[in-house]
Write a protein that binds this ligand. Structure first.
Ligand code: NAP
Length: 497
């Protein structure tokens, strides 16, 4: 199968930091179909060789294990080409069209990694240049819009020139091996399914925390904020993966239909829940790993009185038979105590306790997404007999059951150790899926619109809210109001209990 991959924004941060290393890994693993071309597009005046040199130089900033050796890069570089064009100029598409039509590859992937404001015009221009034929697939990066109306406008424009099957809306979280494993855990094993419901589960916590601040993206982030940047897409996709019904098969639409049902079942916001169940925070100066860091408003590109949230905690509920009454807590933020993405499923306690158990100890399934990738199953077992540590086993067996002291123990499955280097990174998997035409891990327009519909009342509420975002010191787990919110239900965040 021949393919051409056109990378609009071929010199940008995303291109050299994520996409090129992922394409190189696919090349190194031999999974990139032979005979392909990767065509970088930007306004810079670069020859093919200058572009190859630019990409080669950028690999110096990529982690060592993912950098090519000299001869490996020579092989990869042969795939790289460059077209100078301004994507806002219709005339500039002629050269690209000429290049693509001369070859007429089986698959043409157009990866739109330019500023979000250019997404629709790129799609329209692709069509105007006659490049939207059935072999074309268009990858759209996030964010697709900044609210429901703008998201709909993008989707309507895209729909006019491309079929839904040609559009690959990327949410790179779905490409993470750990998220794949979440699907495997739920739909490849019978063990958990009978437990996966309100009768057995007390609450679910989804945490996506970063210890980094806004880095060089202050201006972008100040117009975006944590709700748009993380909750509307990544966190809600994780919530869908946890909450969805088993799909009838593994085809893209079967999976996406089930995710859509979850989004539609999210309990709508009321004035009261917007006040009680959403916490908006913003980091102030603090210490991360022993190093003093500035507050958000002191970051480059951020307005001095910015109201943008760098932290959100919220309580969602899926109103259906499986989940009614089970709180799904979502928490995400920058400059938090650790870089961590995990889903914690807290099971209900035993209905009647006959043993002595540590306060708050319950069965818990922890799905670690990053930096660790694995599963922990927290159980309770008989701990050491504190009355006489040296007592022999037979004496222990005869112990009076009422004196048993349970202690937490944990089954640990580390996927990195188990599968190691055989694992494929998120962008590598997603890029190969686009080239091979698999839509399972991409988001359909109706899912995206539904997610925007659900978060929009929060954005409206904040727009009219006279309260400042709650400050939290960098290096902590966010404002205390987030702990108070969960405590009102009688629970605590997993690192607190
Ligand atoms: P960036 O570093 O600013 O790169 C933008 C790229 O687009 C550059 O190659 C730029 O090259 C090119 N470009 C800009 N205007 C153009 C025009 N009129 N015609 C042709 N090329 C043009 O941005 P980025 O960080 O890579 O982000 C790209 C997209 O990915 C954005 O939508 C962003 O939201 C999304 N995204 C980025 C990240 C990330 O980690 N960076 C993560 C998730 C999503 P010239 O200026 O030389 O033309």
């Amino acid at each position: 199968m021949s393919f051409d991959l056109v990378l609009f924004g071929g010199t940008g941060d995303l291109a050299w930091r994520k996409l090129m290393p992922a394409l190189f890994q696919a090349f190194r693993h031999g999974s990139l179909p032979a005979g392909g071309r990767i065509i970088g597009v930007a306004r810079d005046d670069l020859s093919d060789d200058a572009y190859r040199a630019f990409i080669k130089g950028r690999f110096d900033d990529v982690e060592l294990a993912k950098r090519p050796h000299e001869d490996e890069f020579a092989g990869f570089a042969a795939l790289l080409h460059f077209v100078r064009m301004d994507v806002t100029q219709a005339a500039d598409y002629a050269r690209l069209a000429e290049l693509l039509k001369a070859r007429n590859a089986d698959t043409v992937v157009m990866y739109v990694a330019t500023a979000p404001g250019l997404f629709t015009s790129v799609c329209e221009q692709i069509a105007a240049a006659g490049l939207n034929g059935p072999q074309t697939r268009v990858v759209l990066e996030k964010p697709l819009g900044h609210d429901l109306a703008s998201n709909r406008a993008i989707n309507e424009t895209v729909r006019r020139v491309l079929t839904e099957k040609q559009v690959f809306r990327i949410d790179h979280y779905l490409g993470k091996p750990s998220v794949q494993n979440l699907f495997a855990l739920r739909f490849g094993n019978a063990l958990f399914e009978p437990l996966w419901r309100r009768e057995n589960i007390a609450n679910i916590q989804i945490t996506i925390s970063e210890d980094l601040g806004v880095e060089k993206r202050g201006a972008f982030y100040d117009h975006t904020g944590a709700l748009r940047d993380m909750v509307q897409n990544h966190a809600l996709q994780l919530l869908c993966a946890i909450g969805m019904e088993p799909p009838i098969n593994a085809h893209a639409d079967a999976i996406r239909d089930e995710k859509l049902k979850v989004l539609r079942a999210l309990k709508p916001w009321t004035v009261e829940t917007l006040q009680q169940h959403v916490v908006r925070g913003q980091y102030s100066a603090g210490t991360i790993n022993g190093v003093a860091v500035p507050g958000y408003r002191q970051e480059t590109g951020v307005a001095p009185h910015s109201q943008t949230e760098t932290f959100v905690a919220l309580r969602a509920e899926i109103a259906n038979w499986r989940w009614a009454g089970v709180p799904f807590y979502i928490r995400t933020g920058k400059r938090l105590a650790a870089r961590d993405a995990r889903i914690v499923i807290n099971f209900r306690p035993t209905p009647h306790a006959i043993f002595s158990t540590p306060a708050g100890a319950v069965n818990r399934l922890v799905i670690n997404l990053q930096p660790k990738d694995g599963l922990e199953l927290h159980l309770l077992a008989q701990g050491p007999d504190k009355r006489n540590q040296s007592r022999d086993k037979s004496a222990n067996q005869n112990a009076n059951p009422s004196t048993m002291q349970l202690a937490p123990v944990q089954l640990d499955l580390d996927f990195d150790k188990r599968f190691g280097s055989q694992r494929v990174g998120a962008y590598e998997r997603l890029l190969l899926d686009v080239i091979e035409g698999r839509l399972n891990l991409f988001v359909r327009s109706d899912e995206q619109e539904e997610a925007w519909r659900w978060v929009e009342p929060i954005l409206d509420h904040w727009r009219h809210d006279t309260h400042e975002p709650r400050p939290y010191a960098a290096g902590t787990w966010g404002p205390s109001a987030a702990s108070a919110m969960i405590a009102r239900d009688g629970y605590c965040w997993s690192e607190e209990c």
